[in-house]
Design a protein around this ligand. Structure first.
Ligand code: ACO
Length: 327
């Protein structure tokens, strides 16, 4: 079975409910119908009556649960709760009311209040907007400071990672992470890699330098991240700083980072910043023909997953499956 089918099958067993806040999007409606038909998750669509009807393009959506924010029973409770929280930041009641009626915020509030187990958005809205809805409405999980993201990359040949599956982080959230944030990103991604594919995480902190072959403020940041993680004794294998070839290719790993527990066999790659992470995943996706699942957001109090605006209905289904596995 390929990884995509494996993830969908695993998700179906969990029977999660997924909130899809972008009900005015045709791909979202199509995805909801697939999720329902294949039993991967129970979809809940959020939208206005007309936008959902238009997006359905004549398809039979009578089997789908649709929540219309304008006449939703708990609407006033949502407004009151959000306005109370935003007042602490000096935001007026009227502005807070407008904010919560926004589809992303409303969807996140539905998630927070237990109308679903997970939420998937970003087919229409930008990653930054999805993130802001999560940060404002959901907040971080207890004990977690950093919201970040990972991509599950599936390469066409099984040479690297677990049968071609590798985790890349962070490629979508934190523009210039501090060493502490890099350590947080590594821990969260290692945990989710284990959860998703039952693999033993081997985490490489990537750089243009391997084990001090160059020393600049950029490499020192990564060394600091590795040292912070060492002090936390996280219970998984990690090492750095190291170049991508040392992380992935056994012969190079032996040469450049002899004795490293992950060199040559890394399956989780931690990028030093958002430029390198975002460029890196897109190059592997486009040049190597890898499937890229994500960005899967991690660290929120409940699973809220993002999409690329160029996504297809099938991509939304895959993301919902991965998101379900994180719940
Ligand atoms: N983790 C935890 N808390 C955070 C995070 C984070 N990653 N980022 C911001 N916060 C908190 C802040 O501490 C702050 O808290 P406070 O109000 O209690 O002080 C609050 O959230 C607001 O912080 P700001 O920095 O003002 O948030 P802002 O809205 O400016 O930015 C955002 C946050 C949206 C995550 C920003 O960092 C961003 O735009 N990131 C890049 C997103 C992006 O465009 N990605 C690339 C495309 S994705 C793709 O190609 C698939």
């Amino acid at each position: 079975m390929n990884v995509r089918d494996e993830l969908r099958e695993k998700a179906a067993k969990l029977g999660r409910t997924v909130i899809l806040p972008e009900g005015g999007d045709e791909r979202t409606i199509k995805a909801a119908l697939i999720l329902k038909k294949e039993g991967i998750a129970e979809p809940v669509i959020v939208g206005t009556v007309n936008s959902v009807k238009d997006a359905a393009k004549g398809a039979d959506i009578s089997s789908l649960r649709i929540i219309y924010p304008e006449d939703f029973g708990d609407r006033d409770i949502f407004i009151k709760e959000h306005a109370g929280k935003r007042a602490l930041k000096g935001v007026s009641f009227e502005t807070a009311k407008e904010e919560i009626m926004n589809e992303l915020n409303f969807g996140a509030m539905l998630l927070k209040k237990g109308y679903g187990d997970i939420a998937v958005a970003g087919a229409v809205n930008t990653t930054a907007d999805v993130l802001r809805a999560g940060l404002r409405i959901l907040g971080t999980k207890e004990g977690i400071r950093t919201v970040s993201s990972f991509f599950l990359m599936i390469l066409p040949n099984g040479k690297f990672g677990k049968n071609g599956a590798l985790f890349f982080a962070d490629c979508a959230v934190i523009p210039d992470p501090t060493p502490e944030q890099l350590a947080d990103i590594a821990s969260a991604t290692a945990e989710n890699a284990k959860k998703l594919l039952d693999l033993e995480p081997r985490v490489a902190f990537l750089s243009f330098s391997t084990k001090g072959s160059a020393v600049t403020s950029h490499t020192e940041k990564i060394v600091n991240a590795v040292n912070i993680l060492k002090n936390r004794t996280p219970g998984f294998l990690f090492d750095g700083e190291m170049q991508a070839d040392a992380a992935l290719v056994e012969e190079v790993g032996l040469k450049k980072a002899k004795g490293s527990p992950v060199a040559g066999k890394a399956n989780v790659l931690i990028f030093p910043d958002l430029n390198s992470g975002n460029i890196g995943y897109k190059l592997v996706q486009r040049l190597a023909g890898a499937m890229a699942f994500g960005p899967i957001l991690q660290g929120f109090s409940k699973p809220l997953c993002d999409l690329s605006r160029g996504c297809s209905a099938e991509d939304i289904v895959d993301t919902a499956a991965v998101c379900a596995l994180m719940s």
